[in-house]
Design a protein around this ligand. Structure first.
Ligand code: 6PG
Length: 635
C-alpha cells in the first residue's frame, strides 16, 4: 500500500502523513528529504525549482516507491504539484493519492509560523501557480485539524475497500462477457441491469449467482445503489442498445458527480456521441464513445477497443481498457485512444463497413465455388483451409471454414439457413458518412446493398422463375480458377480496406482527429472481427504510405492480382452469378488507376444542359468556363 499526501508546502502533508502512517503501521517518508543539496539551496534562497531541477528528485522517489511497495508500503508526503510529476510517481498500480487543499491564507499563516524549514513563504504563490489539482484521489480541506483529517482518510479508505473500481450497465451477451473479463483481471466490478417486469427481472442477481467463483462482482437492479457502490471518480461502461443511451444517461445524471466518466461501448452513431460528450462536459461529466469489436468471445477473452472523446477521461480508464483488450503480436493492448468527440465510434463504424464487405466477398467466393465450380461444402472448406494457413488468413475466413463443416443431421446446417442477410445498421451508417464526406465507397456500399437485395426473398424467387439461368459453362481448369480466385479474393480485400481507410482519412481531416492509421490497423490486428494477416501488413504499410493502393508493399501484388480479379469476376458475371462486391471492388480499382477518365464528357453535358461550367486542362485549376454548345444557326 502506497499513500501519497500531496499539496503545496504548508498544507500539512508531514503532520497528517506521520499520524496516518502511525495509524496504519506503515513507515512515513518525507519527499523533502530526497531533494538533492542544490535544490534545497535554491529553495532556501527563495528561488523556485524548475521541472529540470525536479526530474532527478522525482525519478529517485519513484525508484524508492517501488522498493517501499516490495516491503509492505509507505506513507509519502510529497508536493507532486503537476500531473506530469504525479505520472512519474505513479510507478506502481496501487497508489492512493490524498490531496490536502486549502485557502492561501491558512497556508500562509502556517508557513509564517514554521521555523527551521528551507521553504520560505515567498515560494507559496509560485507553488499555488504551479499546482494542477488532481481530479482523482481523496480530497480534504485543511481547515479540519490533522487528527480529523486522518480519521476522515481512514473512513474513506474503508469505504473504498468496499466500493468497486468499475461499473457496467447492461447485461446482454456483450455486457456479461466484458464484466467477466474485467473480473478475471482482478478488477472489482459492480454490474447493473434495468428491471422490466415480466421481461428483464433480477438479471444482475442471476448473473452474480451464475458466477459464484467471482468474489469481485457485485450485482444491482437499483441504479442509485449501483452508482453508490462505485469508487470516485466513477467509471461506468454502458453496454446497451444504441437507442437507449440517452435515456440511460438521463437516469444516471442525478446520481453522478463531477469528473465521473461514462463509457458508451455500444455501436452508437458517432454524431450522437460527439453531441453527448459536449452536453455532458458542461456538467463536468466525461463521455467516451468507445467502439468494441470481437463479439461474445472477443468480449470475454479480449476485444479490440476504440475509445474516443475526452483524452483526460481516457487516461483515467485506459488501465482497465488495456487490461481487458486483446493483445497484438508483441503483447501490446489492442486498445488505443482514437481521437476527440465521436472519433472512436466513427472508426468502429468504418470497421463494420469493412466487416460487411469482407463477409460479402467471402459469400461471393463461396457461392462461385458452390455453383460455378460445383464443389461440395466439404471441398470448399478444404480449399479455404489452405488459404487460411497462408497470408490470406483472417478471423472471418476461419469461421467460414467452421460454418462449412457444421452438420445438422445428415446435411449441412448452412443449407437450412434462410438466405436473407439482416443488419443492425452500422454498415449503412458508414455509407451515409461516405456520401457526406464525398468519399467513393464502392464495394463497401455494395455490401450493404447486397444485404438489402438478399432481403427481397419473395421477389427474388418470382424473378428467378422469369429469368432462369442457362448455359453455365464451368471453367475448363477448375484448379487454375481456384488459384486465380484466391488472388482475386486477396485483391478485393486490399481494395475494401483501402476504401474504408480512405473514409477515415477524410473524416479525420474534416474533424481534425489526427487519426493514426498504423495504430488503428494495430488495434485491429487482434480481437476484432476483421483481424487478419492483411491487417498485420497494414500496420507496416501505414508507417510509410498514405494510401494502401499506392504503397510499395501493395503495388507489386495488385499488379498481378488485378488480372485474376478481372478474370474471375468476368467469368462469374458471364455465367449469371451476382458478384456485387467483387465487381464493385474491381471497378473502383480500375477507375482509381485511370489517369484520363471519361468524366470530361459528364462536365460537358452538365454545362450543355445547365450551364454548370467546367474547368479546362490547359488553364489553371479553379477557373471555370461556359460554352454556348448549340450555335445560334442550329435553331
Ligand atoms: C463487432 C461487430 C458487432 C456487430 C455485429 C452485428 O465488431 O463485434 O461488428 O459490433 O454489431 O456483428 O452487426 P450487423 O447486425 O449489422 O451485421
Amino acid at each position: 500500500m502506497i499513500l501519497i499526501l500531496m499539496g503545496v508546502s504548508g498544507c500539512g502533508k508531514t503532520t497528517v502523513g506521520q499520524k496516518l502512517a502511525a495509524q496504519l503501521g506503515l513507515p512515513f517518508q518525507d519527499a523533502d528529504n530526497f531533494h538533492p543539496k542544490a535544490n534545497i539551496e535554491k529553495m532556501k534562497a527563495g528561488i523556485s525549482l524548475t521541472d529540470e531541477d525536479r526530474l532527478p528528485w522525482l525519478n529517485d522517489l519513484a525508484a524508492n516507491i517501488r522498493k517501499w511497495e516490495q516491503t509492505g508500503g509507505a506513507v509519502l508526503a510529497c508536493s507532486a504539484l503537476k500531473e506530469s510529476y504525479r505520472k512519474i510517481l505513479q510507478c506502481v498500480p496501487q497508489i492512493t493519492w490524498i490531496f490536502l487543499d486549502g485557502s492561501r491564507d491558512i497556508i500562509l499563516k502556517r508557513l509564517q509560523n514554521r521555523k527551521a524549514h528551507f521553504m520560505t513563504s515567498t515560494l507559496l504563490d509560485s507553488q499555488l501557480e504551479t499546482l494542477e489539482k488532481p481530479d482523482y484521489g481523496l480530497h480534504f480541506d485543511i481547515a479540519l485539524n490533522p487528527d480529523q483529517i486522518v480519521q476522515e482518510i481512514l473512513i474513506k479508505m474503508n469505504q473504498m475497500k468496499s466500493t468497486s473500481e468499475f461499473g457496467l450497465i447492461g447485461l446482454g451477451v456483450m455486457g456479461k462477457s466484458l464484466a467477466l473479463n474485467l473480473a478475471d483481471k482482478n478488477v472489482t466490478v459492480s454490474v447493473y441491469n434495468r428491471h422490466i417486469p415480466g421481461k428483464e427481472e433480477e438479471i444482475a442477481g442471476k448473473f452474480i449467482a451464475d458466477n459464484p467463483s467471482f468474489k469481485n462482482l457485485k450485482g444491482f437492479d437499483k441504479l442509485e445503489d449501483f452508482v453508490q457502490s462505485l469508487e470516485k471518480p466513477r467509471k461506468i461502461l454502458l453496454m446497451i442498445y444504441a437507442g437507449a443511451v440517452d435515456s440511460q444517461i438521463e437516469e444516471l445524471i442525478p446520481f453522478l458527480e463531477a469528473n465521473d466518466v461514462i463509457i458508451d461501448g455500444g455501436n452508437s452513431f458517432y454524431k450522437d456521441t460527439s453531441l453527448r460528450a459536449q452536453l455532458l462536459e458542461h456538467i463536468n461529466i466525461h463521455f467516451l464513445g468507445t467502439g468494441i469489436s470481437g463479439g461474445e468471445e472477443g468480449a470475454r477473452k479480449g476485444p479490440s477497443i476504440m475509445p474516443g472523446g475526452s483524452s483526460k477521461a481516457y487516461i483515467s480508464v485506459s488501465k482497465y481498457l488495456d487490461l481487458i483488450s486483446a493483445k497484438d503480436k508483441n503483447g501490446k493492448a489492442c486498445s488505443s485512444y482514437i481521437g476527440s468527440g465521436g472519433a472512436g465510434h466513427f472508426v468502429k463504424m468504418v470497421h463494420n463497413g469493412i466487416e460487411y464487405a469482407e463477409m460479402q466477398a467471402l459469400s461471393e467466393v463461396y457461392f462461385l465455388m458452390l455453383n460455378f465450380l460445383k464443389l461440395s461444402a466439404k471441398e470448399i472448406s478444404e480449399i479455404l483451409k489452405t488459404w487460411q494457413s497462408d497470408d490470406t488468413g483472417s478471423y472471418l475466413l476461419e469461421i467460414t471454414i467452421d460454418i462449412l463443416q457444421k452438420k445438422e443431421g445428415d446435411g449441412l446446417l448452412l443449407d437450412q439457413i434462410l438466405d436473407q442477410a439482416e443488419q443492425k445498421g452500422t454498415g449503412g451508417l458508414s455509407v451515409t458518412a461516405a456520401l457526406e464526406y464525398g468519399v467513393p465507397y464502392s464495394s463497401l456500399s455494395e455490401a450493404v446493398m447486397a444485404r438489402f437485395l438478399s432481403a427481397l426473398k419473395e421477389k427474388r424467387v418470382r424473378a428467378a422463375n422469369l429469368y432462369a439461368r442457362e448455359n453455365i459453362i464451368p471453367p475448363a481448369n477448375s484448379e487454375e480458377f481456384i488459384s486465380r480466385l484466391r488472388n482475386a479474393y486477396q485483391a478485393v480485400r486490399i481494395i475494401n480496406h483501402d476504401i474504408g481507410f480512405n473514409l477515415m482519412r477524410q473524416a479525420s481531416d474534416h474533424h481534425q482527429w489526427q487519426l493514426n492509421f498504423s495504430e488503428i490497423a494495430r488495434i485491429w490486428s487482434n480481437g476484432c472481427i476483421i483481424r487478419s494477416e492483411l491487417m498485420e501488413e497494414l500496420v507496416e504499410v501505414f508507417k510509410t504510405a498514405e494510401t494502401i493502393l499506392c504503397s510499395t508493399h501493395i503495388v507489386p501484388k495488385m499488379k498481378t492480382w488485378q488480372h485474376d480479379l478481372s478474370y474471375c469476376t468476368a467469368q462469374g458475371l458471364q455465367n449469371g452469378f451476382a458478384l456485387p462486391v467483387l465487381s464493385a471492388a474491381l471497378n473502383y480499382f480500375l477507375s482509381y488507376t485511370t489517369a484520363e477518365s471519361g468524366a470530361n464528357l459528364i462536365q460537358a453535358q452538365r454545362d450543355y444542359f445547365g450551364a454548370h461550367t467546367y474547368q479546362r486542362k490547359d488553364q489553371p485549376a479553379g477557373q471555370y468556363f461556359h460554352t454556348q454548345w448549340k450555335s445560334q444557326t442550329d435553331d
